[in-house]
Design a protein around this ligand. Structure first.
Ligand code: C5P
Length: 404
């Protein structure tokens, strides 16, 4: 790999010394580095040692006129292929998670359009503090990568998780992340530019009477994340959403519906499109008849509640005369995940099925483990945040169009 550049943000922690070794290891792998040294970082390593190893100017102060004249913080934040915060202190992560920008490091993290990797290092109690956990989860949800701390003895004498990963491990992770960036280079300018992506998300509600309905516990998080990830790659996105507690994503046409039949109507009226991604947890049945006045507990009891099957939106779009070039279904399974999903791929006639095991807390949770199944392939991904899953899926779709 040549010509890859990493911007290191060196925070203030005893493990800052390991960043010096990291610079050398990266150089051996032909990865160039430039560094920002925070005020606290300068208490642990010097500008001279960092600059001697990177062979580049070290940036330190947001308000330095000469720094801004040479390379402004906006330009600096975009100059590399990857930004790595090493060590990532609790303070730096708290600032980044909350969008604070009061020095060069935090401003750069807010201004960058590149992936950011955090390499945390701190005392075990700090690492386990709910505030730190919250900030780490927020950053993960925003798509950041992490090289998690290891268990061991710390400089403060305590033992546990919090010790920064070793430079070799960090260098390996950086190399892998840069390979992803390299693949993404083919997607520059938006790998889905010019494509119209139609996505369903969330649950549907099937009315029983004016105040009651049948539904499920889908949060819509995964569908919304996929909509945002496709839009970030330049697609025109139409999101058909059931009732969820999420804000409508900016720049994405969101059509709010309640029932499965309304969802189907909204999908059909958004054809033609290039990609249909059916993430919604559509209610399988609806009450045969909606009672127009509130059913009373006494007297007009409705047992048994007569149900009929809802239209299968995914199947309908798959056999539609305006069938999109790529149709992606989802299969939430609790057992024999791959076998059930493969059967669903055939039954629904879609191109890909994303299988996920929902026996844990996937529904409503922030993480997902996806297996993307096509006729000839089973692509198993590690457990990632829903944001990361969405980005990976959007990238896979973009590659599909590049190759076909
Ligand atoms: O049949 P099952 O509900 O397991 O299939 C899941 C897939 O089918 C999901 O992609 C879901 O969005 C879609 N689906 C649909 N209409 C239905 C039921 C499921 O589009 N009525």
């Amino acid at each position: 790999m040549t010509d890859k550049r990493v911007l290191l943000i060196i925070g203030g922690g005893i493990s800052a010394y390991k960043s010096l070794l990291l610079i050398r290891l990266l150089a051996k792998r032909n990865i160039k580095t430039q560094a920002i040294l925070t005020k606290a970082g300068r208490e642990f390593v010097t500008e001279l040692s960092v600059g001697s190893l990177t062979g580049e100017k070290v940036f330190t102060d947001l308000f330095s006129l000469s720094d801004e004249a040479e390379m402004g913080h906006i330009e600096l934040s975009r100059s590399a292929d990857l930004v790595v915060v090493v060590p990532a202190t609790a303070d730096l992560m708290a600032k980044a998670a909350n969008g604070l920008a009061n020095d060069l490091a935090s401003t750069t993290l807010l201004a960058t359009d590149k992936r950011v990797m955090y390499v945390p290092a701190m005392n075990v109690r700090m690492w386990e503090h709910p505030a730190v956990k919250r900030n780490v989860q927020t950053l993960r949800n925003d798509g950041a990568l992490f090289v998690d701390p290891e268990e061991g003895e710390m400089a403060c004498g305590e033992f546990g998780f919090g010790r920064m990963a070793e430079p070799e491990t960090i260098a390996d992770k950086i190399e892998t992340a840069l390979k992803d960036v390299t693949t993404l280079d083919g997607l520059k300018g938006g790998g889905l530019a010019g494509k119209h992506v139609l996505i369903t998300a969330g649950p549907t509600r099937e009315p029983i009477d004016p105040v009651r309905y049948l539904s499920n516990c889908s949060s819509g998080k995964q569908g919304y994340a996929i909509a945002k990830a496709c839009a970030a790659l330049g697609a025109k996105v139409s999101l058909v959403s059931g009732p969820v507690c999420l804000d409508a994503p900016t720049g994405i046409e969101t059509i709010n519906i309640e029932s499965a039949r309304e969802m189907l109507d909204a999908c059909e009226s958004n054809l033609p499109c290039d990609v249909f991604i059916s993430v919604a947890a559509v209610a399988d049945w609806r009450p045969t008849k909606m009672v127009t006045t509130k059913i009373k507990k006494n007297g007009d009891a409705i047992a048994p509640l007569a149900l009929e099957e809802n239209p299968d939106i995914l199947k309908t779009i798959c056999v539609h005369k305006k069938r999109p070039a790529l149709v992606v279904g989802f299969a939430a399974e609790t057992n024999d995940v791959i076998a059930h999903a493969q059967a669903k791929l055939v039954k629904k006639s879609c191109d890909w099925i994303v299988a996920n095991d929902v026996s844990g807390d996937v529904m409503g949770g922030d993480n997902n483990t996806m297996i993307v199944i096509s006729k000839n392939d089973v692509d198993t991904w590690p457990t990632l945040t829903k944001t990361q899953c969405a980005q990976r899926l959007a990238e896979k779709i973009a590659h599909h169009f590049l190759e076909n």
